[in-house]
Write a protein that binds this ligand. Sequence first.
Ligand code: SF4
Length: 208
Amino acid sequence: MDPMIRKRNELLAQKVIKGLQSRRMSGYYAENKEEALKLALSLIPEGSTVSMGGGMSVAEIGLKDALIRGDYRFIDRDQMERRDAYRLTFDADYFLAGANAISDDGVIVNIDGNGNRLSAIAYGPKKVLFIVGMNKVCPDVESAVKRARTVAAPTNVQRFDRNTPCKKLGTCMNCKSPDCLCSQMLITRFGFDPDRIHVLLVGESLGY
Ligand code: SF4
């Protein structure tokens, strides 16, 4: 990686981590995917019950595969009825998620269609671990919301067979289409439980 980009990522990550700490959330920084995988596994004790949502970033650092292979009780929603997975997730030890955006003072923004991911982030699993590429860091909450709506959502929708304007145009048209994947938005600005929300920032581009 270009050393200037690496340096900037390190400095910016420290600002985000300070912001998270001021909000009773924990932050960590890993320079690359390999370091991120090691750090994430060091945070999740073996034997833990672990669940996740769509989590592109979680898969990209190899964490999903490592948990499936390792000594964990991984709730694999692709291998069971989705409703059963959501019910089990409510009582999981860890919930893993990406973020659609994060402000540089530690406010996390996510948009969801079904709401299962947002509900698990907000309440239920004992701990939440976000895996967040530095491409998701925005200068303030307003731009983080804008990123979530105009970059993350229209990119994410390309994975699915959905008849939405953004699928065709690549940008958000603020639709109310029956196929809309933007039903709800969650802004996580403070940790009600001081040891529940953990954010692992990664000095690479991850997810959307
Ligand atoms: S056009 Fe609709 S589905 Fe697409 S990003 Fe906007 S609100 Fe979401």
